[in-house]
Design a protein around this ligand. Structure first.
Ligand SMILES: [Zn+2]
Length: 170
């Protein structure tokens, strides 16, 4: 981690990162933890296909992603995912079913964030009407079997892909 060069408390240069997530200041004793951020992803399923977003911005511009995002302070996973689905798709599909989690790296503005993404499945009786916000340029219904890993925006999706394929086989 090389994104911090000065202590945020006393301004001393040469702040050290000791374990990949903790910044220590030798002068004033300030410590800062960049802990793993929690994120949620929606697997919207209909007839063997999943709703994928084509990202309209970096990271992963033009690549496939699932709806979802970061959990806000004091928010639970289910509320975060419901909020993200409203924001990204103008969609209200109730509560999902927890599937699995996968670690991720999210590079943004010079900082590489470590996240843990929790995946939830939603079984839909039809393809819903959605309204995309400016984070996505398109929505595509694709079987996870027809997706090559290099079309995916994030490491966590590449980790999740075999599990999503197994889901469609079950
Ligand atoms: Zn300091």
């Amino acid at each position: 981690m090389h994104w911090a060069r000065y202590c945020a408390a006393c301004g001393a240069p040469g702040i050290a990162c000791t374990d990949g997530r903790r910044l220590d200041c030798a002068r004033c004793g300030f410590e800062f933890y960049q802990n793993v951020a929690t994120a949620v992803s929606a697997v919207l399923r209909h007839q063997g296909q999943i709703a994928w977003l084509v990202r309209a911005r970096e990271p992963g511009l033009g690549l496939l992603d699932l709806p979802g995002g970061f959990v806000d302070p004091d928010e639970d996973l289910e509320a975060a995912l419901a909020r993200e689905l409203r924001e990204e798709l103008a969609l209200d599909v109730g509560r999902g079913r927890y599937l699995f989690s996968a670690p991720n790296h999210y590079p943004y503005a010079g900082v590489r964030y470590h996240t843990l993404d929790a995946y939830f499945a939603f079984e839909l009786g039809s393809r819903p009407q959605v309204s995309l916000n400016d984070e996505a340029r398109a929505l595509r219904w694709l079987s996870p079997h027809e997706i090559q890993p290099d079309r995916l925006a994030f490491d966590s999706l590449r980790t999740a892909l075999p599990q999503l394929q197994a889901l469609e086989n079950s």
